[in-house]
Every structure is written in structure tokens, then in C-alpha cells.
Design a protein around this ligand. Structure first.
Ligand SMILES: [Zn+2]
Length: 480
């Protein structure tokens, strides 16, 4: 439970910070921006949307009804605790996490059949040794499907969507009583599955995704992120080029009176969990505290939110996660990957991690009736648009450098060519702006000089293909 103490503390301090920041903006922003752009041609606004009509069409195939069926099916397994039974008898009876795992596998195989075998359905299984929330050696199985990229030069680049299919009730050691987990996190697992269904279908029709997309569901989240930890370590050890991880956890849009279903929160870390002491030192020196790869991914998501009409807007929260809670994106952050968390705007703690019961007229438990399936579908549309855009885009530019040999007011950037790129764009923003503000196209070559002082702004470089798909931006490293 989030305590009123911590949220009160936070809001008081944020309010104070807001006043100070507001004053700073009032005095600094117009001056800073004017100085930054006054010597060159007026740059384009970075918020210009870009829509690929094929992607816009594909995400229309997301079905709230199908998502409802997925969530209700997952709930039907009674208890999907990682320590619930997974023996043959239980699987046959349709009870426990083993039965849920087998159903997810079969479901992904069914989608694959519908797209001419375009998905490779796999499992990542391992035995977790006893720990805080694991009483005895326990088999944990992550289930996933791979939609292999169509371009041999880019297929090693991966974007991934995940949700956890395990659940819990009030007691993390209770593997038998009802733990429906409709919102936490059948909703997230359903987003991953629905993206697999819709994007595999799109790939078998006319959309080509040069890069690879992985649709993952993990277990062990409620016991300590065990499944995602194992998967992320595997990705790291095997040298995967994992560009982006979208973790959907509690995206059910709980039907409480103060819910805001027009937005979905997107949490991203600031200082990278995987940064070494030397890297932290460099970040501090350059003012890069808000430019982790996860944060660039969050800004990319904001861009997709402006471009496509998913019916839900990303609300960027510049923070790793909520107070007193964690999630699977952190496992990927720890291995150095860009990863963010999607969650509904307002959680109802009576409907999470609770035994199903009524007390003093209040209903407890994570039941499907509290889930807004249309909302989950809109979150799935947003996820599908992000995955499709990233997998359609060229590779992000590598070795992006900012030349700092001399004291000068112009800025020169250089980078290596990206596979699939037709052009590049330099984006920038004032150091106190949350999102990219301006963009300048670079139609030929891999070098640009801008009449903008590197001291006053933060730059990024992104690759663009002939159809206008944009890569994630890369923030340059200074080079002397
Ligand atoms: Zn969860």
C-alpha cells in the first residue's frame, strides 16, 4: 500500500519545486531558446507527428473482446502464483501456473498458425532456488514468441513487449486459493499476446518489419522479478541487441471513480541502474541525468502517442517506478537495456494483492469486473504502434560524437551510418525542457554543424528511412 505519508510528502515537495521551476522557466526559457536558434534558419518542431498508414491500419485490429477473453481465460486458472501446482494433474484440471503456461504457449502457436508459421514460440525455463518468497526449488517458465525481422542486416535488432502471467493474493505463499490477477497482471500479459496476434497477422499481410519483435510473458514477478531477471540476464549473456523493452503491468484501467482512462503512465529510470561509477561521473559532468536510453524510449513513446490515435495518451513519469513497488522493466534496466513500465493512472489497492472477499461493504480482490477491457485494448494499440514503429525504423545511429576540440558557439556532430537509413535528423531541446523541441534534417552524410550552442541544449541524432520511420535518438558523447 502506498502510504498517505509518502504521497503527502511528495506532493508538498513537488509543489514547492514546481513553484521554483515555474519561476525559472518564466525567466530562462524564452531567453535560452531565443539564443539557441537566433543564428540559423527556424528549425522544425520536433513534435511533428509521423504516421505510417499501414501501422495505423494494423493497430485497428486490436480487439477489446479478444483481450477480455484472454484475461478471463487467465483468471480461470484459479491461482497463477509461481509456487502454485504445475504437475500434470493440475495442468489437466486447468488449475495453477502450469496450466496458464501451457495455455499461453498454445495460444501463441495458434497465432503462428494463422500467420503461416511466422512466430517461433519458445520457453525459457529454469529452476529457482529457495529464497525470500520461494520456499522450495521451483521451476519458472517464461513463454515468448519471436517475429523474426525481414531484413537480414537488421534482424539482430530486437524490440520486446512483456507482461507477467503469475498472480498472487494477500499471501505470497498461498498457491491454491483464488488469486485472479485480472489487472495485475493478466491485463499486461493480454497486451503482449494481443500485440503478438495483431502484428504477426500484419507481417503475414503486407507490413515488413526489418527488425525482430519479441512478445514475452514472464512468471515469478510477484516472488521477486525472478522470471524477467533470468530472461534479461540471458539476453545480456547472449549479446542480444535489445533496443527497447515495454513492460505492461497493471494496465486494466480499474473502474474506480477517480480513474483517468485517457492516459497511461510510462515510468522510466533517470540515472541508469547499470551505469558504472565512471559513467555516473560523466553523466554528472554533462548534465545527462534525464537522458538514459530508457528516457529516450519514453520520449519516443510520447512521439508515437502524438502520431497515432490509440485513444490513450502516454503520461511520462520521470521516475523508475511507483513508491513501494517494482516491476519487470527494472530487471532489464539492471542489465543495461532501455526499458519502461506502463501502468494505469490510478491504482485501487483493494483490487490488487488481496484475497477475494467483502468487508464492511467493500469488495476486495483482483477480479475481471473491475477491468476496463476497452482501456486495455487502447493500451495494446499504443504498444503495437510503438513496437511496429521501432521494428520498421532503421538502426539508431552508432558512435554519435559531438566535437569539443575548440571553444565555439556552433556544434558539430558526427556518427556512423545506420542500416536502413535514408537520412538523419538532429533533435534538440533546452536543458530544462522535458521533451525534444526542435529537429533539423540531414539529408546526406553523417555529419552536421548547427548554429546552436552545445552549452545551452541537449542534442540527439536519429536515423530515418525512406518512408519516414524514425529510430530512437542517440545522445552524442563529447570528443576532443
Ligand atoms: Zn504486477
Amino acid at each position: 500500500m502506498a502510504t498517505p505519508v509518502s504521497s503527502g510528502y511528495l506532493s508538498t515537495h513537488l509543489a514547492a519545486a514546481g513553484v521554483i521551476l515555474g519561476l525559472a522557466l518564466a525567466f530562462c526559457a524564452p531567453l535560452g531558446v531565443a539564443q539557441a536558434i537566433d543564428r540559423g534558419p527556424a528549425p522544425r518542431l520536433a513534435s511533428d507527428p509521423h504516421v505510417d498508414p499501414h501501422i495505423a491500419g494494423a493497430i485497428q485490429q486490436v480487439s477489446a473482446d479478444h483481450i477480455r477473453q484472454t484475461i478471463e481465460k487467465l483468471v480461470s486458472f484459479q491461482n497463477r502464483s509461481t509456487i502454485s501446482p504445475q504437475d500434470g494433474e493440475s495442468i489437466k484440471a486447468g488449475k495453477g501456473i502450469g496450466a496458464a503456461r501451457e495455455w499461453i504457449k498454445a495460444e501463441l502457436e495458434r497465432y503462428s498458425k494463422d500467420c503461416g508459421g511466422c512466430l517461433e514460440v519458445k520457453t525459457d525455463a529454469f529452476t529457482e532456488q529457495p529464497g525470500d518468497r520461494i520456499p522450495k526449488p521451483t521451476e519458472i517458465t517464461n513463454v515468448y514468441a519471436v517475429l523474426r525481422g525481414s531484413d537480414p542486416q537488421q534482424a539482430n535488432r530486437i524490440v520486446l513487449v512483456t507482461g507477467h502471467y503469475d498472480s498472487r493474493n494477500s499471501d505470497t505463499f498461498n498457491g491454491t486459493d483464488a488469486a485472479p490477477g485480472a489487472n495485475d497482471d493478466a491485463s499486461g500479459a493480454a497486451v503482449s499476446l494481443e500485440c503478438a496476434r495483431v502484428l504477426s497477422k500484419a507481417a503475414s499481410n503486407r507490413i515488413k518489419f526489418p527488425a525482430t519483435i519479441i512478445f514475452l510473458t514472464v512468471a515469478g514477478e510477484e516472488q521477486g522479478l525472478n522470471g524477467s531477471k533470468h530472461f534479461a540476464q540471458m539476453a545480456k549473456q547472449q549479446g542480444w541487441k535489445l533496443d527497447a523493452v515495454l513492460n505492461n503491468d497493471i494496465v486494466g484501467g480499474d473502474r474506480s471513480s477517480q480513474q483517468d482512462t485517457s492516459v497511461v503512465r510510462v515510468f522510466s529510470e533517470g540515472l541508469p541502474a547499470a551505469a558504472s561509477e565512471a559513467e555516473i561521473k560523466r553523466i554528472r559532468a554533462l548534465g545527462g541525468e534525464s537522458d538514459s536510453t530508457s528516457r529516450e524510449l519514453a520520449r519516443y513513446i510520447a512521439d508515437i502517442g502524438r502520431s497515432y490515435h490509440a485513444g490513450v495518451k502516454p503520461l511520462l513519469i520521470f521516475r523508475l517506478d511507483r513508491f513501494l513497488r517494482g516491476g519487470d522493466h527494472y530487471s532489464f534496466n539492471q542489465q543495461g537495456f532501455a526499458a519502461v513500465r506502463f501502468s494505469e493512472f490510478r491504482e485501487d489497492y483493494n483490487h490488487q494483492h488481496q484475497n477475494v472477499r467483502s468487508e464492511n461493504g467493500l469488495e476486495y480482490g483482483d477480479l475481471p469486473k473491475f477491468v476496463d477491457f476497452d482501456y486495455v485494448a487502447r493500451v495494446a494499440q499504443l504498444n503495437a504502434a510503438i513496437l511496429a514503429s521501432l521494428a520498421s525504423a532503421p538502426a539508431p545511429p552508432a558512435t554519435v560524437k559531438m566535437l569539443t576540440k575548440n571553444l565555439e558557439n556552433d556544434t558539430t556532430l558526427t556518427w556512423d551510418p545506420s542500416a536502413g537509413a535514408a537520412a538523419y535528423e538532429v533533435v534538440w531541446r533546452a536543458t530544462n525542457a522535458a521533451d525534444w523541441e526542435y529537429v533539423q534534417s540531414v539529408s546526406s552524410g553523417t555529419r552536421a554543424t548547427l548554429k546552436v550552442s552545445k552549452d545551452n541544449v541537449i542534442f540527439g541524432v536519429r536515423a530515418v528511412d525512406a518512408a519516414g520511420h524514425r529510430s530512437l535518438p542517440v545522445v552524442p558523447e563529447p570528443e576532443r
